[in-house]
Design a protein around this ligand. Structure first.
Ligand code: IFM
Length: 460
């Protein structure tokens, strides 16, 4: 099976991770501006204040995207750049920045895909209770309306939330991300519910104020489950594990079903309603109508997975990784199977067209004396993963793939120590260098993935 002829090949970023210009042209403070200034929060005290300087260098970055041959670029809106207080007065300089970025993309034949929320809540809204405030769905609705009114004449692809698992779990349970809280479980379920309602409200506003028919999606993350062998029993074990809930309640956000069942099936999973009962707020029936406001596409960020077999007791059992199992520079396992089994199981359950909106790896990249950045590990990683995705194309309605990331950037609590980009950024000079993987990706795009299989065996 091949990728569909209209399959989209792109790359992704997020505002706080690349824009910089944290205090320029009327931008308000967001959670990350405040959090990164606290000693000890971020490796080596890094902040996103300057990041990749994309706010000033976006034209150069769009030129590089064109050189790589990208068909699409997924970026997020800095909420506080557009609405410094989160609601109310619009910062026109912020609108002008995104206008110019969108125009530059279109002039270069690159389709813009906007993510509304990639973790950078305006600080003024945090002071009002953040996601715990029952008004938070309306706040995101306001951002969605603004985005529709100002950008949807030229942009027709929108995603609402990026990885709610992370901004609730890492931000409010473990506290390793902004705002750095370790909240009671009860609060986090209420925040999650508000975030899901915010997703629904954003969908409504995009539809109502969109200037053309829009393709709207939702972009959670997951670790896919894949079977040890392709026997029906192991496949079933993986399928069950893919949608199961973590055993440790304080780890509850790391799952697929709590975040996606309500959006696509209109209810929380039964298993969760009984397991988490002691922590749950009261849910109104009307909430589920809002949360499951119809969307057009499902978007999945997907980096790796877990191997499962069916145990003797008829229960899924984890197959532990052997010593020396391949891993990325930040220690994530390299499991290409995730890009076959993940899309397959997600499509079976949710029956929606699917984008992979993030996938990639952190490598110890550096510029060598020949002036280049050789990243064979990334090419190998992507070759293996994309072959599996190509296999999934036979069983899932796959619409596109966005590499994470377009360029090296601020990797949250790890600062600038992790390099996920296809473009190398030398932070002291802000010089960009296209890595070998980007040149290779250009060929993937040009051949619509056919070069992934030339001279090599198809994955079985
Ligand atoms: O950099 C992050 C991104 O912001 C969200 N998804 C995972 C990426 C790599 O950690």
């Amino acid at each position: 099976m091949a990728f569909a002829a209209n399959f989209i090949w792109g790359a992704a970023t997020s505002a706080y991770q690349i824009e910089g210009a944290a205090a320029e042209d009327g931008k308000g403070l967001n959670l990350w501006d405040v959090y990164t200034r606290e000693p000890g929060r971020i490796l080596d005290g890094h902040t996103g204040e300057t990041a990749c300087g994309h706010y000033r260098r976006f034209r150069e970055d769009v030129r590089l995207m064109k050189e790589i041959g990208l068909q699409a670029y997924r970026f997020s809106l800095s909420w506080a750049r557009l609405l410094p207080d989160g609601v109310g007065k619009v910062n026109e300089a912020g609108v002008r920045f995104y206008d110019a970025l969108i125009d530059a993309l279109l002039e270069n034949g690159i389709e813009p895909y906007i993510t509304l929320y990639h973790w950078d809540m305006p600080y003024e809204l945090y002071k009002r209770g953040g996601w715990l405030n029952p008004g938070s769905p309306e706040w995101l609705g306001g951002l969605a309306r603004l985005a529709a009114e100002r950008f949807s004449d030229r942009v027709s692809h929108f995603f609402t939330l990026n990885e709610p698992q992370c901004f609730i779990g890492l931000g409010h349970l473990t506290g390793i991300h902004a705002p750095g809280l370790q909240c009671p479980l009860r609060d986090t379920f209420e925040m999650a519910h508000n975030a899901l309602k915010a997703h629904g409200r954003a969908v409504q506003m995009l539809r109502q104020y969109g200037k053309q028919p829009l393709e709207i999606g939702y972009a959670p993350t997951c670790s896919a489950a894949y079977p040890e062998t392709e026997t029906p029993a192991d496949i079933e074990a993986a399928r069950q594990a893919m949608f199961a809930l973590p055993e440790d309640d304080r780890n509850w956000t790391w799952n697929v079903s709590w975040w996606s069942d309500p959006v696509l099936l209109g209810h929380y999973p039964e298993e969760g309603l009984s397991r988490f009962e002691p922590y749950l707020p009261r849910f109104a029936d009307a909430d589920f109508k809002l949360i499951s406001e119809p969307i057009d596409v499902y978007a999945q960020n997907l980096y790796n997975g877990r191997c499962l077999r069916m145990g003797k007791a008829g229960k899924p059992e984890i197959v532990h990784r052997y010593p020396g199992f391949p891993k990325t520079a930040n220690g994530w396992p390299i499991t290409p199977e995730a890009l076959y089994w993940g899309p397959k199981f997600l499509s079976e359950r949710y029956r929606k067209p699917l984008y992979i909106t993030e996938n990639g790896m952190s490598c110890h990249d550096r510029k060598t004396p020949d002036g280049k950045v050789h990243d064979p590990n990334r090419i190998d990683f992507l070759t293996q993963y994309l072959r599996q995705l190509r296999r999934a194309a036979a069983e899932a309605d796959l619409r596109g793939y966005f590499h994470w990331s377009l360029m090296d950037n601020f990797e949250w609590e790890k600062g600038y120590s992790e390099r996920f980009g296809m473009i190398y950024v030398d932070y002291p000079t802000q010089e960009r260098t296209i890595k070998d993987s980007a040149r290779w990706y250009r060929e993937v795009i040009r051949t619509n993935g056919e070069n992934l299989i030339s001279n090599t065996r198809e994955p079985s």
